[in-house]
Design a protein around this ligand. Structure first.
Ligand code: ZN
Length: 115
């Protein structure tokens, strides 16, 4: 036998899902024809259970982590938008005695960049 049983048992979940290359399929089938122990495990599906569970848990964890990142970015963006609005409100009231954001923003641009 060219390959260890451990290697073949690792490949069996992918073999049953037809996710292997032609060469790997050949390796698995050659091994199964020569190795009674792996043949029994393959026939009983004994290699399969943990693979699915681990795979699902990993992909769920990954998706959750990704979603958390999106919410965090959105939160930070909203926080900055809120701070800018609060800053404009404060400036407009302090400098011009009004809560008109647009007028304040225009005045701010005028005062900062001239013209
Ligand atoms: Zn074997």
């Amino acid at each position: 036998m060219k390959y260890d049983c451990d290697v073949i048992l690792d490949l069996l979940p992918l073999y049953t899902r037809k996710k292997l290359s032609k060469r790997s399929i050949q390796v698995v089938e050659e091994h199964l024809s020569e190795c009674p122990s792996c043949r029994v495990q393959y026939a009983n599906g004994m290699y399969d259970d943990n693979f699915d569970k681990e795979f699902d848990a990993d992909s769920i964890r990954y998706t959750r982590r990704k979603k958390n990142h999106v919410f965090l970015r959105l939160f930070i963006l909203l926080l900055f938008a809120g701070l800018i609005c609060a800053g404009l409100a404060f400036l407009s009231y302090a400098n011009y005695g009004t809560y008109n954001f647009i007028e304040t923003a225009q005045n701010l641009i005028k005062n900062t960049f001239g013209s």
